[in-house]
Each structure stands twice: as structure tokens, then as C-alpha cells.
Design a protein around this ligand. Structure first.
Ligand code: CMP
Length: 137
């Protein structure tokens, strides 16, 4: 069965949206197999966001991800990687379609980084890599 790593980012946790994100995941029929409220560390984020190192939004992204707790979860279900990305909507919350988490609940705050409530793995391979980072055996 496919798995995805989902994070409710610090903006989502601060705004009390963790339950709403979980509700949408479960309503879709996916199963939560791990769930933990975590403080990220610079080392963990360097691994998680390795592909973004050097991009203009990397430093603000790390600072944002360290600004409060993150709800980290492993979600399981048929094609749940693609499915959760559909639930999340486009990265830019202003462009995200209504009906999606970011489209319904997110907005552009005019900051250097998109504070877009959730992260979801972008492929089954990334999911296994990211699950190993956030939930080492
Ligand atoms: P995420 O899916 O966690 O992956 C990288 C994050 O960087 C992304 O969500 C956004 O929070 C942020 N991000 C991606 N692209 C941009 C961008 N062009 N400008 C600002 N922030 C971005």
C-alpha cells in the first residue's frame, strides 16, 4: 500500500487547522498510520528540503519551518501521494482551487516564503525518503 509524508506546517498548527487537515485526509478514505507533533531542527530540514538548498526561498523556508511545532504524519492509501497533493492544491494558495486545503484555507501573506499550511510528498520515492527522515525506524 502506498504511503505519503504529510506535514501540517507551523502556520497550519498555529491557526488550529490540524484537525481540519486530518478530517479531509480521513474523509477521503486514507488511513493515518503515524502522527506526531514535532519541533523540526535545522539538520532535519536540510535533509527534508535538500532539493531546495540554494533557492531564494530556502532560508526563509527553514526559518518558517522552525517557527513552531509541525504535525508530522504518515498517510496510507491507494495512490495517496497523488491523492493528497490533489487535496492540498497548488503551492501558491492564491492560485489553489477552491475545495482544496490551500484554496479554502490559505492565502498569500506577502512573505518571502509560501506559508501554505501543508506539505505532501511529491512521489512515492520521495515519500519513502521523507518518512525515513521524519520517522526513522
Ligand atoms: P513544500 O511542498 O513544503 O516544498 C517547498 C516549500 O517551499 C513549499 O511547500 C512552499 O512552502 C515553499 N515554496 C515553494 N516555492 C516557493 C516560491 N516560489 N516562493 C516562496 N516559497 C516557495
Amino acid at each position: 500500500m502506498e504511503r505519503s509524508l504529510v506535514l501540517v506546517k507551523p502556520d497550519g498548527v498555529r491557526r488550529g487547522l490540524t484537525g481540519e487537515v486530518i478530517r479531509r485526509i480521513e474523509a477521503k478514505g486514507y488511513t493515518l498510520v503515524r502522527l506526531e507533533l514535532r519541533e523540526a531542527t535545522p539538520e532535519l530540514l536540510a535533509e527534508h528540503y535538500a532539493e531546495h538548498q540554494g533557492k531564494p526561498f530556502y532560508e526563509p523556508l527553514v526559518e518558517f519551518m522552525l517557527s513552531g511545532p509541525v504535525a508530522a504524519m504518515v498517510v496510507e492509501g491507494e495512490r495517496c501521494v497523488e491523492g493528497f497533493r490533489s487535496l492540498a492544491g497548488a503551492t501558491d494558495p492564491t492560485k489553489a482551487a477552491p475545495g482544496t486545503i490551500r484554496g479554502d484555507l490559505g492565502r498569500d501573506w506577502g512573505l518571502a516564503v509560501q506559508q501554505n499550511i501543508v506539505h505532501g510528498s511529491d512521489s512515492p520515492e520521495s515519500a519513502e525518503r521523507e518518512i525515513g527522515i521524519w520517522f526513522p525506524a
